[in-house]
Design a protein around this ligand. Structure first.
Ligand code: HEM
Length: 536
């Protein structure tokens, strides 16, 4: 017994404990010095925990809200109690919650190098995506971004032909009797999958044509992709306790997805030499990337990442917009009126940019229902955030290395002090005056800002125009309120169940269809989103 207390092992352990305690004392002292030097004040607004050490109460509460699809709604309520920046405990560590534009700007842009995406995201998304733009930090991420970017810079005017091909397939699936209910959100998810696969690797999955792809590999890929994605999301949300949930089928799903993608990568590599010899224009994103590397795993990883980033987000944007349109005939009418000059013809890429009111509607949808409503970053070194400290919350706050910063775009986009008393209302006209700054960040900002923002808006505007041209009226197909479904992206749990009346069918309960002239006419307004402050 004595030897256990006084032997060499016990001595070593006591030395280690003393060294640990001493280093903690030094660390706290250094942090105090840094805080004083940078004018930091304490973050006074703190979540009222029952479990003040581990913060399990808040974690369990949040997990319950995620399950009940009320997490965002409750985060808004919390923001009314705790303000725009507050702290909480999460598994024994401090977590900062903020929806202050200045703090978001610091994390995304001004102090970009002080923050990284979380270990949970890196670990769980890498299982499916490998090392890619979406699942890495630092030099690896920089390399991915540099490789992907040129493909996004190519003139995409010809994409409207591909948009049109898939829009036509989608319209065929919409009942034309002016009575049946159709879930447009489901069709938008299929549309963006077909369009994305067509544009990124040159072969559509044809998910809008079930008859064509019965028992096909494409269908097996899609099922495996959905299953694998779900595992990634749930594991990230539960991290580090993810092992509590069953991982059954995850590995098999990943193998199916990756095998399917490898075929396209191999084809692109075969085409590479042909494209080089003929100096022909690359047809797909993958062709463009294959010019830069022949690493098959890298190409597959980036391809999967872009598909993941592009597909659900754009589909959810469209689903949310049409959910609102079905309840707002006034907005539908104004949009219809704006596109009259096209006289039913399909718009060109340039004409899409003329649609000011339609773009305001996109913005308003992105504001109220952002597809990525919560972002988390971890401080990679001791740093500060510019606001949140002191009694008035206006002083900088200290953010020690390892602290998680939870940034809530949903709360930011609904702040009444920024958007006015009608912040919760869908009112496109507010965009005539609203500033495009760090108060509106549906595509994030800084060096990691969305690479596909322009493409997403063009695609969404195009399909909206074509639906407005084909249907003269839209009505809600159910009485549900919008409710969050938070996965990789946030969409409406109840979908967009609507009834559409074709332009050539007489609607029994029509709305007043007198054209409404927009104040200011149709002038070109290129809607821009907060740009990077560092070159990306
Ligand atoms: C409405 C549609 C879309 C929304 C709301 C959206 C939003 C976002 C957001 C918020 C991020 C940052 C995520 C983070 O920092 O963790 C992001 C990243 C990204 N998005 Fe999008 N996105 C959309 C469509 C697209 C499309 C169509 C593409 C591709 C064609 C795309 C490609 C990407 C890529 C590659 C990244 C990773 C950028 C990086 O980490 O450097 N997105 N997107």
């Amino acid at each position: 017994m004595d030897s256990i207390i006084f032997g060499p092992a016990a001595f070593n352990s006591q030395v280690r404990q003393c060294a640990g305690a001493l280093s903690n004392v030094f660390r706290r002292r250094n942090l105090r010095v840094l805080a004083a030097k940078l004018g930091c004040q304490p973050l006074l607004s703190q979540f009222r925990h029952k479990d003040r050490i581990f913060g399990l109460d808040l974690l369990l509460e949040s997990a319950g809200q995620l399950k009940q699809h009320t997490y965002l709604e409750n985060s808004l309520k919390r923001s009314l109690i705790y303000g725009n920046t507050w702290s909480a405990r999460g598994l024994g560590k401090d977590v900062i919650h903020t929806h202050e534009p200045e703090n978001l700007r610091a994390v995304y842009c001004r102090q970009f190098n002080d923050f990284v995406i979380t270990d949970a995201r890196v670990k769980h998304f890498s299982t499916l995506l490998g090392s890619s733009v979406f699942s890495t930090n630092g030099a690896e991420w920089k390399h991915s971004r540099a490789m992907l970017r040129p493909a996004f810079a190519i003139d995409r005017a010809a994409d409207v032909d591909i948009f049109e091909r898939h829009v036509q397939k989608m319209i065929k699936l919409i009942p034309a009797d002016g009575q049946s209910v159709v879930d447009l959100q489901d069709l938008f998810f299929r549309f963006t999958m077909d369009l994305g696969t067509d544009i990124f690797f040159g072969e559509s999955l044809n998910s809008l044509q079930d008859d064509v792809r019965k028992d096909s590999d494409a269908r097996r890929f899609e099922e495996a992709y959905e299953a694998a994605k779900k595992h990634c999301v749930r594991n990230t949300q539960l991290h580090p306790m993810y092992w509590l949930r069953s991982q059954k089928g995850f590995k098999e799903a990943v193998v199916t997805v990756q095998d399917f993608m490898d075929r396209f990568v191999e084809r692109a590599l075969d085409r590479r030499q042909l494209l080089k010899d003929s100096e022909a224009q690359s047809e797909t994103f993958l062709d463009e990337w294959a010019k830069l590397t022949s690493d098959k795993v890298k190409l597959r990883s980036e391809l999967l990442s872009v598909l993941l980033a592009a597909r659900d987000t754009t589909a959810a944007l469209l689903g949310n917009l049409f959910f609102v349109l079905a309840r707002r005939p006034d907005v539908w009418e104004k949009m219809s009126s704006e596109i009259q000059f096209l006289q039913g013809e399909r718009p060109t890429y340039e004409q899409l940019k003329l649609l000011k009111y339609t773009k305001w509607c996109m913005n308003e949808s992105l504001r109220l229902h952002p597809q990525v409503p919560v972002h988390v970053r971890t401080a990679s070194k001791d740093t500060v955030l510019p606001v949140g400290g002191g009694k008035d919350g206006k002083s900088p706050i200290l953010v020690p290395a390892g602290t998680a910063v939870v940034m809530n775009t949903y709360c930011l986009h609904r702040r009444e002090d920024i958007w006015g008393e009608d912040a919760q209302v869908f009112r496109p006209e507010r965009w005539a005056a609203s500033p495009l700054d760090w108060s509106f960040i549906p595509f994030s900002g800084g060096p990691r800002r969305c690479l596909g923002a322009d493409m997403a808006i063009s695609e969404a505007v195009y399909i909206t125009v074509r639906l407005l041209q084909h249907f003269k009226e839209i009505k809600a197909g159910d009485a549900e309120a919008w409710q969050e479904d938070l996965a990789v992206t946030c969409s409406n749990l109840h979908g967009a169940r609507v009834i559409l009346t074709p332009a050539d069918v007489d609607a029994s309960a029509g709305v007043d269809s007198a054209p409404i002239t927009l104040k200011g006419g149709l002038e070109c307004l290129e809607v821009e989103y907060p740009e990077t402050c560092l070159s990306a």
